[in-house]
Design a protein around this ligand. Sequence first.
Ligand code: AMP
Length: 283
Amino acid sequence: MPSRPPIARTLPTLHRAIDLLRRRHARTAIVPTMGALHEGHLSLVRLAKQRAEKVIVSIFVNPTQFAANEDFGSYPRTLNADVAKLAEVGVDLVWAPSADVMYPSDFASSIKVEGPAVAGLEDAFRPHFFGGVASVVGKLFNQCRPDFAMFGQKDYQQLMVVTRMAADLDMRVKVVGAPIVRERDGLAMSSRNVYLSTEERAAAPVLYRTLRSVAGELRQHGNAGKILAAGRRSIEAAGFAIDYLEARHAHTLAPISSPDEGPIRVLVAARIGRTRLIDNVKV
Ligand code: AMP
């Protein structure tokens, strides 16, 4: 049986463990997660192991990135199964703090990222989200002092925001983006996919299918507005309510109006039943 990694739950335990990992100048990488781990998360761990000698996985369902009406309470929490998966892949430390450890009652600080990377997309529908993400990721970086931090392109705007924050605040960490891991039918893996009913799960591949066809048509330099409008119609026809389907500049996330303004990323967020899914593709 693979040996289970040590789990730190308090800051003194974490700091002792990190000091040990960093001895002899070992490079460390962190993979921040909210748990309910799947192959997408494990692919980040494998990439981390290619970059660094020691890998830390944090598991923390961060309350400050959920609005009151969102799924903080029902978000899947599967720590035992998560640690077993991490033991299979092999990691050196699991950082699983409680909310009280992360946010003591007198906690009073936050990190705010502004500019084009934060404008629109997720921020328009979840205005609390990037403040919560930037602040918790900033804390994780200070707590663990990693050389590398692995983030999935699945949360593309989050990857851009964290990259911006690390550069702006001179955080000595290299933020690395990793490809999206998908189910066989194209649905991007997500901890939230467990919310989908059988019918919703059957409808869900429409997101990736549409992203791919939109990307293909943009490559042919068609009219971006028309292509996106047709894409929205296919997604809605499958039973989704769309938050956004947009083409953005792949690096700045600034809106683009013509396929020639690339490199382009097409991003979608849509809701079906009680589940909100996001996905994106490169053009
Ligand atoms: P989460 O636990 O959902 O907050 O995700 C933790 C990290 O895993 C984030 O950097 C995500 O972008 C990444 N991730 C989640 N799902 C996938 C996926 N299907 N493929 C690649 N990375 C993913």
